[in-house]
Design a protein around this ligand. Structure first.
Ligand SMILES: Nc1ncnc2c1ncn2[C@@H]1O[C@H](COP(=O)(O)OP(=O)(O)OP(=O)(O)O)[C@@H](O)[C@H]1O
Ligand SMILES: [Mg+2]
Length: 367
């Protein structure tokens, strides 16, 4: 009997994706059904209150506080997570990405070569980072032999990824102390690419607007070609609203989320407070985008908006007015089956869960 029941009873496979952002922790739980991923549950916990700040503000927490917050979210009854198997996203700022050109050699030798080359590109001692690399496929027309003396040497481009060991150690400690079972750590941009860019031809730009920073990535053929961090984010909009309306940050946060670029019946209009901050972020993003286009003689096809900041009402339209390129609201659940009753709410809050969903998707594939 045992034989048959094992044969016919499908094992439930589920996995978590976890994103420890600077303003909140996001968790998404997916279930595998055939080739499909189904959203089972998701949750978010604001970190501000753990560091004496309000909801929506970014804070720098000790490992101790992060463990406490993670445990609170993992045991939250309403979220009702049923697994601890997970993929953990690492903040982009804890990583270094560079594209390095090296002669084409055997894959086994490549590892040593990359480590040696890395010393030139990584501005911290190699012993302080964990290195990873992958070969960037070239379009055939791009094949450029390097002339060295008489012979021409074929070269390849390598994407070099370094993660600071101290963040890996910190994430391992958090996992151990919260009974999480991480299958991998990955830099957040790779998770975002997986959830919103499947099947998209580049080059495109991702604009991830968080609480204190806005991250920009230029992506083509599945690779990150360029990146930039703007030191302004959605909490600067909140601060601007608080000043203009002369209210607390807590009240400004509520107003920002509920009103956004709309106008209320009693005449509250936050559009100027929002536009002032968003406009300065968009113009810096525009400069970054133009610079890439000029240097690479390539046009960016579209801009994908992700991150909680882009969940603001009317944000996509505002961005579309500021960029000359098509602007798309990234939908991390594009390739995930979502229960009908969640569809509407996820249209609004979806962008915040881009990173967590991406890591959950990979974790599902790997278990
Ligand atoms: N519906 C909404 N309307 C407007 N702003 C929102 C909305 N939802 C969230 N935000 C804002 O988004 C910000 C948080 O975004 P997100 O969760 O992507 O940041 P984070 O991941 O913590 O930050 P980072 O990636 O920079 O570490 C907060 O400042 C919050 O106020
Ligand atoms: Mg984030």
């Amino acid at each position: 009997m045992g034989f048959f029941s094992n044969l016919f009873k499908r094992k439930v496979v589920n996995a978590l994706g976890i994103d420890i952002g600077s303003s909140s922790i996001k968790i998404v739980q997916l279930k595998k059904k055939g080739d499909k991923a189904i959203l089972e549950t998701y949750g978010e916990l604001s970190l501000g209150p753990y560091g004496g700040a309000s909801v929506g503000q970014s804070v720098n927490l000790s490992t101790e506080k992060l463990v406490q917050a993670m445990n609170d979210l993992l045991t939250e009854k309403e979220v009702a997570l049923t697994t601890r198997t997970c993929g953990l996203a690492i903040p982009f700022k804890a990583s270094l990405l560079s594209v390095v050109e090296t002669p084409e050699i055997e894959e086994e030798e490549m590892d040593n070569m990359v480590k040696m080359e890395a010393r030139k590109y990584i501005p911290v001692p190699i012993s302080e980072v964990t290195l990873d690399w992958s070969i960037i496929p070239r379009k055939d027309t791009e094949r450029k032999p390097l002339i060295k003396g008489e012979e021409s040497i074929k070269t390849v481009d390598i994407l070099l990824v370094a993660i600071h060991n101290n963040i890996i150690d910190q994430y391992k400690e958090i996992s151990e102390r919260t009974s999480l079972d991480p299958k991998f750590f990955e830099i957040e941009v790779f998770a975002s690419m997986r959830s919103v860019l499947e099947g998209i031809k580049g080059p495109i730009m991702i604009l991830d607007m968080g609480a204190s920073t806005t991250k920009l990535y230029i992506i083509d053929r599945g690779l990150v070609y360029n990146s930039h961090i703007i030191n302004r984010g959605s909490q600067d909009i909140t601060a601007n609203i608080a000043r203009t309306l002369n209210v607390s940050l807590e009240d400004a946060e509520i107003a920002k989320r509920s009103i956004g670029m709309n106008k209320t019946k009693d005449g509250i209009d936050l559009s100027e407070s929002v536009s002032l901050v968003a406009g300065s972020i968009f113009s810096e993003a525009n400069r970054f985008l133009f610079d890439f286009q000029k240097r690479n003689k390539q046009n960016i096809k579209s801009i994908f908006l992700i991150g909680g900041g882009s969940a603001l009402k009317g944000f996509r339209n505002l961005a579309a007015e500021n960029f000359k390129v098509e602007v798309i609201s990234g939908n991390p659940f594009e390739n995930v089956e979502v229960p009908a009753f969640l569809e509407n709410i996820l249209k609004e809050t979806g962008p915040e869960f881009t990173v967590a969903t991406g890591s959950a998707l990979r974790c599902l594939q790997e278990i």
